[in-house]
Design a protein. Structure first.
Length: 132
């Protein structure tokens, strides 16, 4: 089983990746490592996963249609998707609403397009507090 896990550099994403790897699953972790939260924390989380058997990291933005098509092409064995990536934070949405539209709407749409070609048996969408 190969699981595409978005938001892998986040707190929850990294722990989900660790749990999946511990039970022997193959994980393709995807994150754009944006600067909304401290990128040092994100890199530290990714370092915990780096080099683990069955783990591949892809730095890509869900809103980038071509990047997502490349992920699907490079990993035709995706059987499940766990979608945790999102632009978080309520106050920031007033300053930069496009970041929310790009990440949470366009990004999720692009991921669903990947799912159309991958045809996973399951897609878990954890959403975000910032989708209203």
């Amino acid at each position: 089983m190969t699981i595409l896990l978005t938001g892998v550099a986040g707190f929850i994403g990294m722990h989900v990746a660790e749990a999946l790897l511990a039970r022997g699953e193959r994980v393709v972790g995807l994150d754009n490592i944006n600067g909304y939260y401290d990128v040092r924390l994100k890199h530290a989380r990714l370092a915990r996963l780096a080099g683990r058997d069955g783990y591949d990291f892809v730095r890509a933005d869900l809103a980038d249609r071509d990047a997502m098509a490349a992920v699907a092409a490079a990993h035709p064995d995706i059987t499940q998707i766990v979608h945790l990536a999102a632009q978080a934070g309520v106050r920031y949405s007033l300053q930069n609403p496009r970041a929310y539209a790009d990440a949470n709407l366009t990004g999720t749409f692009n991921l669903l397009e990947v799912a159309k070609s991958a045809r996973p048996s399951h897609l878990l969408f954890a959403s975000t507090s910032s989708v209203y």
